[in-house]
Design a protein around this ligand. Structure first.
Ligand SMILES: [Ca+2]
Length: 226
């Protein structure tokens, strides 16, 4: 009996001896973790917070733009780039192009309807145009695009504007400026069919019928309507 008790005590002691380091290790392992958290609390949680906030913010902002404020994005939300002709580089308006042979007839003008500058198409051709592009993102089918431009001309029925789908090779033209020497808001609409998923559109500012005086254009905008 005594032997048995002794054995039991020995076994219990052995178990305790074994358990003490385990508990000690477990306690030690838990403590440094807390210590690390305390010591680096400004780093670790901050990193986690930053990452989550960045992804949440970016996600919610793009969701808002796409689903709440503007279901169709034009040029990634920029609208018509340099539509006010305020940005010029080496004598050319950024984001606008024309045929090389028109180089001497396209100029920067301080005759602006808004801001400091506009673009001028000087006389010299019977027909001349400059163009820019807009890329649309979103459910465009069935929508109506409205291109509007301030234009000023002193020669009746010369200045006009156009919008066309680059994929469909289809374009619509505005009426012509009255040529009274005043600024007028010109507008032209492009209706997309229910199955039309065109994404890229070309905007043109033009004159025809050989004007004798310059035509001015400013403040180009594109809107999407239902
Ligand atoms: Ca302007």
């Amino acid at each position: 009996m005594a032997i048995t008790l002794s054995k039991v005590i020995t076994i219990r002691s052995a178990v305790l001896v074994l358990l003490i380091p385990i508990c000690s290790f477990a306690g030690k392992a838990a403590h440094p973790t807390n210590g690390d958290v305390n010591g680096g609390s400004s780093v670790t949680p901050a990193v986690e917070r930053d990452e989550s906030m960045t992804s949440v913010t970016a996600g919610s902002r793009s969701e808002q733009q796409r689903t709440e404020f503007n279901p169709i994005m034009i040029n990634d939300g920029d609208g018509v780039r340099n539509g006010g002709f305020e940005q010029w580089l080496a004598g050319k308006p950024l984001f606008w192009n024309w045929l090389e042979r028109y180089d001497a007839f396209v100029a920067k003008s301080e005759e602006a309807s808004e801001g400091r500058f506009a673009v001028t198409l000087n006389p010299g051709y019977d027909y001349l145009f400059v163009f820019s592009r807009v890329e649309l993102f979103g459910p465009v089918a069935g929508k109506t695009l409205v291109l509007s431009v301030w234009a000023k001309s002193s020669d009746p029925k010369t200045a006009y504007i156009a919008i066309g789908s680059e994929g469909e090779e289809k374009a619509v033209f505005s009426g012509q400026h009255p040529g009274d020497g005043q600024w007028h808001r010109m507008e032209v609409t492009y209706k997309l069919a229910k199955d039309d998923v065109s994404r890229s559109f070309r905007l043109e500012l033009k004159y025809g019928h050989t004007p004798k005086r310059p035509c001015y254009y400013d403040n180009v905008r594109v809107e999407v309507r239902e």
